[in-house]
Structures are given as C-alpha cells and as structure tokens.
Design a protein around this ligand. Structure first.
Ligand SMILES: N[C@@H](CCC(=O)N[C@@H](CS)C(=O)NCC(=O)O)C(=O)O
Length: 191
C-alpha cells in the first residue's frame, strides 16, 4: 500500500495526487498540519516538508522525484511523452519551475512588483501554449501536472486574472476536464 503524507492546501502535494489519480493507483493519505507540523514528519523527510510518499519501507520526499518514481514504477498510462526530445523538454520545465514559483510566492507575500513578475512568467507560459498543446509538446503529462496546481491556486484563491493569457486559459480548461484535475479543483474550492 502507498501512503501519501499530504496537505490539502499544498500545491506540491497536488502534483503527486494528480499523478496518482491519472495512473489509477490506490493510496491512503495522512494529512499533515502545516501550521503545527508533527515531529515525526522529520523522520520521513529531514526538511519537514510534504509531500512524502511511502511504499512499504521505501520513503521518498520531493514532488518532482516522487512523480518520476511513480512513472517508472507504474508505467501505465505513461505521463511522459514517447518522444525523447519532448520528454527532455518537459523535464527542463520541471527543473526550472522556480521561474514561476518565485514570483508566485512573492505575490503571496505581497512583495512589491510581484504581480508584474508573475504576469511576465504567465505570458511566457501563454506563448509556449500558443505554440503547442501541452507544456512539453503534443502530449499531456508530468510537465503539465508540475505547473497546473499553482495556476489553479493563483486563479481561484489569489484572484490572479488569467484572461489576458488565452492559450493558458484554454489549456487550463482542457486540463480541468480530466477527472484527476477536476478533483483538485474541488480540493482548492474547499480550502
Ligand atoms: N521541493 C518540495 C517542496 C515541498 C514544500 O515546500 N511543501 C510545503 C507545503 S506546500 C511544506 O511542506 N512547507 C513546510 C516548510 O517549508 O517547512 C517538493 O517539491 O516536494
């Protein structure tokens, strides 16, 4: 059995929840209170952060690494594109995720200029999605899953206006039709 140490409001956890749902993997969750983290979480992850995935005696933190593990351990349905170049490009986007997360968290902290910096990153994503259907290319997969939780939180919890980015909103609409993402919309709505 797989256990996910989880927090509803954590977009990094959402990455893993989406990948598990897409692959139809059964799992149980242990909700971790991020405002009052239990001491034992440091035994699972020395950084004290969620998500952490546990499968029997195997314990793994870091959402991007967890999703790579799930992809290798449960290859069907595949969440990386078949094409090696698209796959590499998707991994590059995951590797450079902080280009989006830095202005996102700056906005959460109400830092001056964060809105403009986030909009500049949203414009880059919009341009990418104008040129291809999904972030890594022709197929939906782990790159989309790595980014979509922050877009949902930005739109639905931080009132970030996404309408100036039509390719991005179209991508978000298409993704929201997937049950794995629709479930996250419900999680965000309930926060
Ligand atoms: N790089 C980590 C980031 C995980 C992360 O920052 N999780 C947050 C909740 S969204 C957390 O546990 N924060 C507690 C802390 O930073 O001490 C990942 O991708 O899993």
């Amino acid at each position: 059995m797989i256990t996910l140490y989880d927090a509803d409001r954590c977009p990094y956890c959402a990455r893993v929840r989406i990948a598990l749902a897409e692959k139809g993997i059964e799992y149980e969750t242990v909700e971790v209170d991020l405002d009052d983290r239990p001491a034992w979480i440091y035994e699972k992850n020395p950084l004290g952060r969620v998500p952490v995935l546990e499968e029997d005696a195997f314990v793994l933190p870091e959402s991007a690494v967890i999703n790579e593990y799930l992809e290798e351990r449960y290859p069907e349905p595949a969440l990386w594109p078949a094409d090696p170049a698209e796959r590499a490009f998707g991994r590059l986007l995951v590797f450079r995720f902080d280009q989006l997360s830095k202005p996102y968290y700056a906005l959460r902290r109400d830092e001056e200029g964060a809105n403009e910096r986030l909009d500049a990153e949203l414009a880059k994503l919009n341009a990418a999605l104008d040129a291809r259907s999904y972030l890594s290319g022709r197929e939906y997969g782990l790159a989309d899953i790595a980014y979509v939780p922050w877009l949902l939180h930005a739109r639905d919890r931080m009132n970030v206006e996404l309408r100036p980015f039509p390719a991005l909103t179209d991508w978000l609409e298409r993704l929201s039709a997937r049950p794995a993402i629709a479930a996250e919309l419900d999680v965000v709505a309930a926060l």
